[in-house]
Design a protein around this ligand. Structure first.
Ligand code: 5GP
Ligand code: ZN
Length: 136
């Protein structure tokens, strides 16, 4: 897709530090390196984000993720990894071509901070919301 930076990387028009490539997927180091070894796994076909993908295209993408993640773990000696996918601006998406972040973790105190703020459970509301999602 014209004007998509990841399509340009896939086409070789913009250089990248590739760590894995096959006919469906490319993985390369994120230019920002939130932690050392921070890698992006992208489908070669352009999709705005995961919310636009179907079962086949998303399966092809995610089928590669565990192996690439293990390669990154092995090469970096990381102790763990966050695997993250942002969808739409409100969720932090800045490049609108589907990508999965592999962020190796070396300590809980590095440059990646993820916070899930827990709330007191409202069980009737949970039942209602689950029903609504199930029906959607
Ligand atoms: P998002 O915020 O959309 O989930 O993540 C986009 C990521 O793409 C960011 O972490 C950013 O550093 C990375 N990125 C943006 N432009 C480039 C680029 O030209 N090359 C590489 N390797 N990464 C990029
Ligand atoms: Zn693209």
């Amino acid at each position: 897709m014209a004007d998509c930076i990841f399509c340009k990387i896939i086409a070789g028009e913009i250089p990248s530090s590739k760590v894995y490539e096959d006919d469906k997927v490319l993985a390369f180091l994120d230019i920002s390196q939130v932690t050392p070894g921070h890698t992006l796994v992208v489908p070669k076909e352009h999709f705005r984000n995961l919310l636009e993908m179907d079962a086949d295209s998303s399966s092809q993408l995610f089928a590669r993720v565990p192996d690439i993640a293990r390669k990154v773990m092995k090469a970096t000696g990381a102790l763990g990894m966050n695997i993250i996918n942002n969808n739409e601006e409100v969720a932090g998406q800045t490049v609108f071509h589907t990508h999965v972040h592999l962020a190796p973790r070396y300590s809980g105190d590095d440059d990646l901070q993820l916070t899930f703020t827990a709330h007191e459970p409202d069980f009737p509301a949970l039942v209602q919301l689950a029903e609504k999602i199930a029906q959607a």
